[in-house]
Ligand binder design. Structure first.
Ligand SMILES: *Cc1c(COP(=O)(O)O)cnc(C)c1O
Length: 668
């Protein structure tokens, strides 16, 4: 991997203006910094509630059951896990949070049902595609038993997972996605096993396969219909609805399907109407329209003679990643309770005015249930932070160096109190940039030496640093000067592959809350972003939450010698793990499941070891044994030719064998 050297030329001037970094050591009048400042800087008091806060030590505190009566210090927890040989990067799954989210969802619906005197009930399912990990799906089933909480499968493999884990006869098993004959037959047989599979017809031709499989087996599954709604949607996945949507039946298709089911004497098994608006619905108005349309269709299906009984409102319940409570992509303009109220009220109203029995309400929320409980922790390996000390050169300064030194002195002499002096900032910076470019040209043509060129770069950097300290934060400041702080931004090298652990930050520019998990009682003095371990220049985290907007640089601390600097990525429990890939062969990270233990402390319920180098090599069809054997033969030859000593050969083989057994990430 090549670490980019700092170069003032590589600056991306399109980066937006950031708050200026202030070094408290250099500025003694700087006000005291407290954990409250950190909580507000990183938005923790909004997105973090009720599970994450900051404790007196300046560490992140976790309240896994959503209340203050039992908290865990995240930093100490990581230390405890590291001492058990669970190296970073590490996913910590708080199963109590998962349970609490399930509870919150059910409470919200129970409140709404009571409030609107709804004569039916609510019964949710978890879409397996959101997090396939065995312990995660199992945890949803176990914690959800109380409410007969079910599962949703979107493929044959997911159906297999759901069938093996869901034993409750009252829970629903919603079967979505493309279905071949074997998928449908498996669902039919599962019903004979006493489960409740609902095969949802999503494509017009699936009804034929359902009819023929049912005739062959002499029994049928419960049947559902997925409708393509015509109402508008919003957010990233808005194309999930509308006439051009990938899944779902148009109204003419629905009518044809009903007739086919009627002819095949299967209309009596049609129980469920389903729609799905796409993930992360930002705007509740969109949901209301969809609910009205779907409720009308539900009523009509009953009029056409189907027994019905379930209305499945799909997923899409959003997460407020940045805590801004807005209809922007990283947020939602509604709460969980607003959502439940709207679902219940709309369906209730439509059924009442048509004098039809209300359905059992089903929802397939994935993101809203699975995001909070998982926290990704990674360590920083180093930064590209350059020292502010300027090298000394023996002998007389060349003209270019003298010019730069004068510019630096000019900057130091500008008085901020005088508004007329603002233009001098600009002038001085223009000079500095010009002289630095002169230095590059002079070097290229052989007029200055390498040490002189280094000195020119350092002087320009000092000009930028000293300017930043003096510039008032003011609208009138020219853009070029506002961008100075991004010139000075630090790259933090993260022991992480974003392609493995946070793929959506790269693929769809999704924002997750990211912040240090300790030192929160210290003022962060740097602006920086993260570069990951892959050799891909896209392997960066450089998009951070900013109260409804985003920013390209995050406030971070200067690294302390011999001290770890640990960063947490929060709300990433949905979709990230399964979408992650093996770019540069960085494998799965270690993961642990944590449960609160009685009144204090925790137990580690499960440890899921990350991939070893051997695992990822085999995933690409390389044979570790063969690889070792080839290198052994090559070493023997080198020994015979006198190029390698026996002890060096042994050392090499030791390294190879140990690496194969070890994690793909860097070790301390
Ligand atoms: C993906 C998906 C879901 C889950 O959506 P979330 O936005 O994560 O709640 C639910 N239903 C279907 C059909 C899906 O494809």
């Amino acid at each position: 991997m090549q670490l980019p050297l700092f170069s003032i030329l590589s600056t991306d001037s399109s980066k937006p203006f950031q708050t200026k970094p202030i070094d408290p050591q250099e500025d003694p009048q700087e006000e005291q910094w407290s954990c409250l400042n950190s909580a507000s800087l990183y938005g923790l008091e909004t997105w973090g509630k009720p599970y994450f806060s900051i404790n007196k030590k300046g560490h992140i505190s976790v309240q896994p059951n959503g209340s203050n009566n039992h908290t865990l210090d995240l930093f100490d927890l990581v230390k405890g896990l590291e001492s058990r040989n669970l190296e970073l990067p590490l996913i910590i799954r708080f199963d109590d949070i998962l349970e609490d989210r399930l509870k919150q969802l059910h409470e919200a619906f129970e409140n709404a049902l009571t409030h609107y005197h709804y004569q039916g009930s609510y019964q949710g399912v978890f879409p397996v595609k959101c997090n396939h990990q065995h312990h995660v799906v199992e945890e949803f089933v176990t914690c959800g038993k109380h409410w007969h909480f079910g599962l949703e499968a979107g493929s044959k493999a997911e159906l297999l997972i759901a069938l093996s884990l869901l034993e409750d006869r009252k829970s629903l098993l919603i079967c979505n996605g493309y279905k071949d004959k074997r998928y449908i037959e498996t669902a039919i047989l599962a019903r004979k096993l006493g489960r409740q599979p609902v095969v949802v017809i999503e494509q017009a031709d699936e009804v034929h396969r359902i009819i023929s499989a049912s005739h062959e087996l002499g029994s049928s599954p419960l049947i559902g219909l997925r409708v393509k709604l015509t109402c508008r949607s919003s957010g990233r996945w808005k194309s999930s609805v509308g006439e051009k949507a990938k899944f779902g039946l148009s109204i003419p298709d629905i009518l044809k399907t009903i007739e086919l089911l009627r002819e095949a004497k299967l209309l009596n098994e049609l129980r469920l109407l389903h729609f799905h608006l796409g993930s992360q619905i930002n705007d509740i108005a969109v949901l209301k329209d969809a609910l009205q349309e779907a409720s009308q269709i539900y009523v009509e299906l009953i009029r056409l003679g189907a027994p019905m009984g379930y209305l499945d409102v799909g997923g899409g319940l959003g997460i407020d990643y940045d805590g801004s409570k807005t209809s922007t992509q990283a947020s939602t303009n509604y709460s969980l309770q607003n959502y439940a109220n709207d679902v219940v009220a709309t369906i209730q109203e439509c059924c009442a005015s048509n004098e039809i029995k209300v359905p059992t309400i089903v929802s397939e929320s994935g993101r809203a249930l699975a995001s909070h409980f998982s926290v990704l922790i990674f360590n920083i390996l180093g930064t590209n932070c350059s020292t502010s000390k300027i090298s000394e050169i023996v002998g007389k300064d060349s003209l270019i160096i003298r010019n730069l030194k004068e510019t630096l002195a000019t900057i130091d002499n500008i008085k901020i109190s005088n508004p007329l002096e603002i233009s001098k900032f600009q002038e001085a910076w223009n000079d500095a940039v010009k002289f630095k470019e002169d230095a590059f040209t002079a070097f290229r043509l052989g007029y200055i030496s390498l040490p002189e060129r280094a000195m020119a770069e350092e002087l320009t950097l000092s000009c930028a640093k000293n300017l930043i300290k003096k510039i008032p934060l003011d609208e009138l400041i020219p853009d070029e000067l506002k961008n100075l702080s991004s010139i000075l931004a630090t790259t933090y090298y993260a022991n992480l592959s974003i392609f493995r652990s946070a793929p959506d930050t790269w693929a769809i520019k999704q924002l997750f809350p990211i912040m240090p998990i300790h030192r929160l009682n210290e003022k962060p003095t740097q602006l920086g972003d993260f570069a990951d371990l892959t050799c891909d220049s896209d392997g960066k985290l450089s998009n951070f939450i900013n109260n409804g907007n985003s920013k390209s640089l995050l406030e971070l601390h200067q690294l302390n010698a011999n001290e770890p600097y640990l960063i947490g990525m929060f709300l990433g429990g949905a979709y990230q793990e399964v979408m992650g890939n093996l770019h540069n062969l960085f494998g799965r990270t270690n993961a642990v499941h944590i449960r609160l233990n009685g009144s204090k402390g925790y137990t580690i319920d499960h440890v899921v070891r990350g991939s070893t180098n051997s695992d990822v090599l085999q995933a690409m069809e390389h044979l570790p044994e063969l690889l070792l054997e080839r290198l052994r033969v090559a070493s023997e030859m080198a020994i015979n030719q006198g190029d390698l000593t026996i002890s060096d050969a042994r050392r090499l083989m030791d390294h190879l064998e140990t690496s194969l057994r070890q994690s793909t990430y860097l070790q301390e």
